[in-house]
Design a binder for this molecule. Structure first.
Ligand code: M6R
Length: 369
């Protein structure tokens, strides 16, 4: 049932192009507009929404962090993202105009379920993004948008994450469409890019051998840091989480702009630092800033592992290891940038002799608070 792979995780990483394509299937019509019939929250209500709050845990939370960029950009609605385990304990401000999005692969995560219940008690509408048909979270939500990743068995979430991102983009674009905040053409252009992205994920997967080799060479390290900006920041957090849970290594993700506010003190000779680089200048003002960050950490001895778009030559002089990803619109970059980090963590964990499908101390779904 592992389909010839040694681990479910490897199989699930490989299934990502299909999972992404399946999650888009039937949700985009021939003209490039979105038909999210499952979102049974009326158009009028969506137009009256004045705030979006995303609640989730772990990897699903990282998807939520990325959703915030998309939702705010495409809908101009303020969006908060909160760890479900913290949410209800701080008396959050919720009312019927708040749209709450609960993201969960399993649909059984207790923290997320309790956050959902709390939101509904305050009169907010809850839209679930979930991978498991008929599970508790979608049953209790007002509406559900299923991700079509298929069953995810490995404890570490991979294909579910990519499909959560797709679902978040769809919701953000749909809200933009219903509320009329963005021109039809702009939405259609992004939808077109989304429809192509599954092939790009496939291309990334086909070029992972050097990443695996690099991972094996780092098996003896104690720490790996991850840096990113904008949507690359949650990608860095996700890369670090994968490494913690699979390789049992100290791994941390930072917003690259925060380096000089503390984390740069951690840089020492030969410390591996993975940097997720946004699209090159012209399309992203942050690009030059992150190139300076790479220079800064390299000058202090870091071993730089740079994840950058094809054609981005500015990073070449400062990259000890260069991992290429296809060029995509900035907001969609996490769909391709996360994949090498999953492969990296999986291979490093294997090299350390760990069971990547069943990491110690962890359960696939966390049904206790
Ligand atoms: O089933 P859920 O998406 O609600 O699970 C949330 C987290 O427990 C989950 O993403 C966890 O962080 C994964 N093990 C990460 O790989």
């Amino acid at each position: 049932e592992k389909g010839g792979y040694d681990y479910f995780m490897l199989k699930e990483i490989a299934e990502q192009p299909k999972a992404v394509a399946d999650t888009l299937l039937g949700r985009v019509d021939a003209s490039g507009s979105l038909t999210l019939d499952e979102v049974r929250i009326g158009a009028q209500e969506l137009r009256e929404t004045d705030k979006v709050v995303v609640v989730a845990c772990g990897t699903a939370f990282h998807a939520g962090l990325i959703a915030k960029y998309a939702i705010e950009h495409w809908t101009r609605l303020p969006c908060e993202v909160e760890l479900a385990s913290e949410f209800r304990y701080r008396d959050p401000i919720l009312d019927p105009r708040t749209l709450v999005i609960a993201i969960s692969q399993s649909g059984e995560t207790m923290d997320t379920l309790m956050a959902l219940r709390h939101a509904r008690e305050q009169g907010s509408k809850v839209l679930a993004i979930c991978n498991t048909n008929g599970s508790t979270i979608p049953r209790e939500a007002d509406a559900v948008l299923y991700t079509h990743a298929g069953p995810e068995v490995a404890v570490a979430s991979t294909k579910a994450f990519l499909t959560q991102l797709v679902a978040c983009y769809l919701v953000a674009l749909y809200l933009g469409q219903v509320r009329g905040t963005k021109w039809g053409d702009e939405i259609r252009a992004v939808v077109r890019e989304l429809s192509r992205i599954s092939r790009e994920v496939e291309r990334v997967l086909a070029t992972m051998e050097p990443v695996r080799e690099l991972a094996r060479s780092l098996a003896e390290k104690d720490t790996v840091l991850f840096l990113g900006r904008h949507v690359g920041h949650p990608v860095a957090l996700e890369g670090a989480l994968k490494l913690k849970e699979l390789a049992y290594m100290h791994a941390e993700g930072f917003a690259a702009g925060e380096l000089k506010h503390g984390p740069i003190a951690l840089i020492e000779e030969d410390l591996p630092v993975v940097v997720v680089v946004p699209s090159p200048a012209g399309r992203s003002v942050l690009h030059d800033k992150i190139v300076s960050n790479i220079q800064e950490i390299r000058a202090r001895g870091a071993r730089t592992i740079v994840v950058a778009e094809e054609g981005d030559e500015a990073v070449v002089p400062y990259a000890d290891h260069l991992i290429r990803i296809p060029a995509t619109p900035t907001l969609l970059q996490p769909l391709v940038a996360t994949v090498p980090l999953q492969v990296f963590a999986c291979e490093l964990a294997t090299a350390r002799g760990n069971d990547v499908d069943q990491p110690r101390n962890l359960a696939k779904s966390v049904t206790v608070e």
